[in-house]
Design a protein around this ligand. Structure first.
Ligand code: TPP
Length: 546
């Protein structure tokens, strides 16, 4: 077995049977093995950045790990932003990247793609990174990456392989049997006891659910129902608790009603939630006097927000709490709050809110909404109702533009491989879309049925809003754009454009139900949710006095 065969055999042994990448001079031997491995599904993209985002979207939608294949220097470095996104959201992805030949190590200058300290550049954006110096190390490096993927702090792994080692035979016939991974860190009984004590003392508990609580969803629901406590989610956790549950109070990023409830509550119990700057109005959200934070690892929570940490497997901790707490009556009228808020939002008469409600009404429960970073995406974080886990993808780890389309491609590939028919919808602005617009080629090549809603305001709109708020003026935000419909059509993708909400309403069903990929360009100017008062403005985004 060669080094290249060891890589693919190890991946397959661990159930990693999907990869995104671009063949290159330095990793051709891997692609030769892939050619001979029909059980491995490889998807070619047009940029390594897209390979990284696609692997991220693939995992978030399916819970399955995908490999990213990239080559020495530029190829690997183009994955840096996706690795950052996956790192900050604990999303497992495995980058298999090459390096210059071992015979060229030790001296510098002139080697193709040579990159100073490649491993050291990438390592901080991973939770496991290893340089292979002997092909015999490949199998154990992939085993160690897998162990990290099953541990409490998951995220990206990088295995760097000098390209000559892909050809070198190993002294083993085939990798050992499947590994059995250590169970996740067990919780300490005293912390669960302490949590139970605080819950018993609390008269008005609220629950917050983050993405890391996905496996604990049933137990968290049981707990919420016993306590009759309202349940919020983070943006990443949307769908972990179904948005149409009678106790669901939506996403904390919308502040407003959230703050009112939190101010009244005396205890926050959060499960697998990271309280980010984006979700907390720049860390301005006031939390109840007590906060029990259930996480798998203390570094996931971070140390900006004080809490009583309960560390361990979230599902078993939630189960332990649900088995012990006593049933009680409601302290908060969730229905009334939701009705009041919906009336207030309707009165704002914003097409952004109406468009999201229209989209939701036309989508099935398990259809997937993948977000870029535009004004409509901020509205979606705050108000779009999500009904199932893994059906709302948002680049909260890095806040990067350009995530939407390639992550939607990853989700669509997961859907294609599982055979489960779902619609994958991507919302992006004209600015963000152009970061990874070239992935229309990937969509077209595989006929992946991603529906793109492109909101074209011919500007970096939200930045314009911030500039107006802070300085009363705008600068360098206006964009001269291509004709997006013609661009899509040039890639062989059906496209149409609408100029009004009435037209959007009329065309949306045909766009959503198109058999293959389809782009719907909505030419409009939407107000940012902070501008119109749908979300209170965080400190620092107050209108400039004229
Ligand atoms: C890589 C990257 N660069 C810059 C930003 C800052 N940024 C956030 S939103 C935004 C404007 C996005 O414009 P567009 O996609 O057209 O959406 P709009 O705000 O107009 O709705 C910018 C530049 C970012 N988030 N990511």
């Amino acid at each position: 077995m060669t080094g290249a065969q060891a890589v693919i055999t190890s991946l397959m042994r661990h159930g990693i049977t999907t990869g995104f990448g671009i063949p290159s001079i330095h990793n051709i031997p891997l692609y030769e093995v892939l050619r001979q491995t029909p059980g491995f599904q490889h998807w070619i993209v047009r940029h390594e950045q897209a390979a990284g985002f696609a692997a991220d979207g693939f995992y978030r939608n399916s819970g399955k790990i995908a490999a990213i294949f990239a080559s020495t220097g530029p190829g690997n470095l183009f994955t840096l932003v996706p690795l950052l996104e996956s790192l900050q959201t604990n999303t497992p992805v495995l980058l298999i990247g090459s390096n210059i030949a071992t015979s060229l190590f030790g001296k510098t200058g002139g080697a193709l793609h040579e990159t100073p300290a490649q491993l050291e550049i990438i390592r901080p954006l991973t939770r496991f990174a290893q340089r292979i110096t002997n092909p015999g190390e490949i199998i154990s490096a992939i085993d160690q990456a897998m162990e990290m993927f099953h541990g409490p702090m998951r995220g990206p792994a990088f295995i760097e392989i000098p390209h000559d080692l892909f050809h070198v035979p190993l002294n083993v016939e085939s990798p050992a049997q499947k590994l059995h991974f250590q169970p996740k860190q067990a919780s300490t009984g005293s912390s669960v006891e302490e949590a139970l004590h605080q819950i018993a003392q609390s008269a008005k508990p609220v629950i917050l659910v983050g993405a890391a609580a996905a496996l604990a969803a049933t137990a968290v629901s049981q707990l919420a129902e016993l306590l009759q406590s309202p349940v919020f989610t983070t943006t990443s956790g949307k769908g972990v608790f179904p948005g149409d549950h009678p106790l669901a109070l939506g996403c904390i990023s919308r502040l407003g009603e959230v703050q009112t409830v939190l101010d009244e509550s005396d205890l926050l119990i959060s499960f697998g939630a990271r309280l980010t700057e984006f979700d907390t109005g720049r860390f301005g959200l006031r939390l109840p006097a007590k906060h029990i934070q259930v996480v798998e690892d203390s570094s996931y929570a971070g140390d900006r927000i004080p809490s009583t940490l309960v560390i361990g497997e979230i599902q078993s901790i939630a189960q332990a709490l649900a088995q012990t707490v006593e049933r009680r009556g409601p302290w908060c009228n969730v229905f009334e709050i939701k009705t009041r808020e919906a009336t207030r939002l309707q009165a704002l008469a914003q097409e952004s809110y109406a468009a999201l409600n229209l989209l939701r009404s036309l989508m099935q429960r398990n259809d997937v909404l993948v977000n870029d970073q535009s004004i409509l995406n901020y509205w979606a974080s705050a108000f779009f109702q999500v009904l199932e886990p893994g059906t709302f993808l948002y680049p909260l780890g890095s806040g990067t533009l350009g995530y939407g389309l390639p992550a939607a491609i990853g989700a669509a590939c997961a859907m294609r491989q599982s055979g489960e028919p779902r619609r994958i919808i991507c919302i992006a602005g004209d600015g963000g879309f152009q970061y990874t617009q070239h992935e229309l080629a990937t969509l077209s090549q595989y006929d992946l049925p991603v529906k793109i809603l492109l909101v074209n305001d011919r500007s970096y709109g939200v930045i314009g809003f911030l500039q107006r708020s802070m300085f009363g003026q705008m600068h360098e935000v206006a964009l001269k754009n291509p004709d997006f419909c013609r661009v899509a059509e040039a890639y062989g993708i059906a496209a149409m454009s609408v100029e009004s909400f009435a037209e959007l309403e009329q065309k949306m069903p045909a766009w959503l139900n198109a058999p293959g990929p389809a782009l719907l360009e909505w030419r409009t100017e939407l107000k940012a949710p902070w501008e119109i008062g749908a979300i209170p403005r965080p400190a620092g985004v107050t209108p400039k006095a004229s």
